[in-house]
Design a binder for this molecule. Structure first.
Ligand code: HSE
Length: 324
């Protein structure tokens, strides 16, 4: 266990969920952007009246997003509460967690901002406690943060954020995560500066899928997994197609169809909406192509006068990192 009051630093990567065709099951972590956090264990004492000097979880925001600090309403807090409930190692009436969060991943951007906070918190807490939990336990706890953020316990951001690389969530209950290999891929992300709430982007989806669409989607998911495993770039590119979710959600993102055409024409293998949007990502085999794709993104959003941020990055293979 890390001694009481000793701060640790945590780096929690952004993630791209769905990977176009794999709604709620596929995702990957990226090296940029990422959130920074600090955590420490604190001792909890009581005064003569029995009042604690310290809550079991204290959240301190050091960014300007004004996110809730009540642990039940904060994604990191909700994830930690789930961990505390299962942890018999420590008496949480005597010990608590203090968490400082500096969000460099803008909330509502579609690159796993809530997942980074939840995953960062539970990986940090586990480290402070001497690593009693497995990575899959940590994913389970962190999914409680996703429930707070979007109303649903999905793991397609959390799993890659904790495991790193590309992950497949074969099942949530019981949890089964499969780490997938991938050839070298460059990732270009554009974040048009509008906010799309995941809960809203989920509420507009149809609850029924036509069999012909399901068959297409299964083919693409299987093709993408096979392409990643074989390092077959063309197969990866052909499989990055979503006939179920994208046609509905893309209407929330200005310029989506034109952007897609321009990025493909610039040589990207393929791409689409990152998570529930509004960020859009494209994968490329070469860095030069990824940079050319970035220029197309900038050109398009400058053209329609929409503020935006872009990132050219690679797949993060380590997941949440602890620096002491
Ligand atoms: N799979 C989730 C969704 C990811 O698309 O709603 C949210 O980031």
């Amino acid at each position: 266990m890390v001694p009481i009051n000793q701060w640790i630093k945590i780096k929690a990567p952004a993630t791209v969920a769905n990977m176009v065709c794999g709604f709620d099951i596929l995702g990957f972590a990226v090296n940029n952007p990422y959130d920074e956090m600090e955590m420490r264990l604190v001792s909890r004492t009581t005064d003569a009246a029995g009042n604690f000097n310290q809550a079991s979880i204290t959240i301190i925001n050091i960014d300007n997003y004004n996110l809730p600090t009540d642990p039940e309403k904060n994604v990191a807090g909700a994830a930690l509460l789930a961990m505390i409930e299962e942890c018999t190692l420590v008496d949480f009436s005597k010990i608590g967690f203090e968490v400082k969060i500096n969000k460099l991943i803008k909330p509502g951007s579609g690159v796993g901002s809530s997942a980074a906070s939840s995953a960062g918190a539970v990986v940090g807490a586990n480290y402070l406690l001497g690593n009693p939990f497995t990575k899959d336990d940590l994913v389970r706890f962190a999914m409680n943060g996703e429930k707070v953020a979007s109303g649903v316990k999905h793991a397609d951001n959390i799993a890659p954020c904790i495991h790193g690389g590309v992950t497949l969530v074969r099942s949530i209950f019981p949890l089964e995560i499969i780490a997938l290999p991938s050839p070298t891929l460059f990732v270009t992300i554009v974040h048009p500066q509008i906010e799309v709430r995941t809960a809203d982007a989920r509420s507009i989806l149809k609850q029924n899928v036509q069999l012909k669409d399901a068959i297409k989607q299964w083919g693409n998911i299987a093709g993408l997994v096979a392409g990643l495993m074989k390092g077959d770039y063309d197969l990866i590119g052909r499989s990055l197609e979503d006939v179920i979710i994208e046609p509905i959600r893309s209407i929330l993102i200005p310029g989506f169809d034109d952007l897609k055409k321009a990025c493909k024409a610039a040589g990207a293998l393929g791409g689409g909406i990152s998570g529930s949007g509004p960020s859009i990502f494209f994968l490329s085999k070469e860095k030069e192509t990824a940079l050319a794709v970035e220029q197309e993104m900038i050109k398009l959003y400058k053209g329609i006068g929409l503020a935006h941020h872009t990132y050219v990055t690679t797949i993060n293979q380590t997941g949440v990192e602890i620096e002491c």
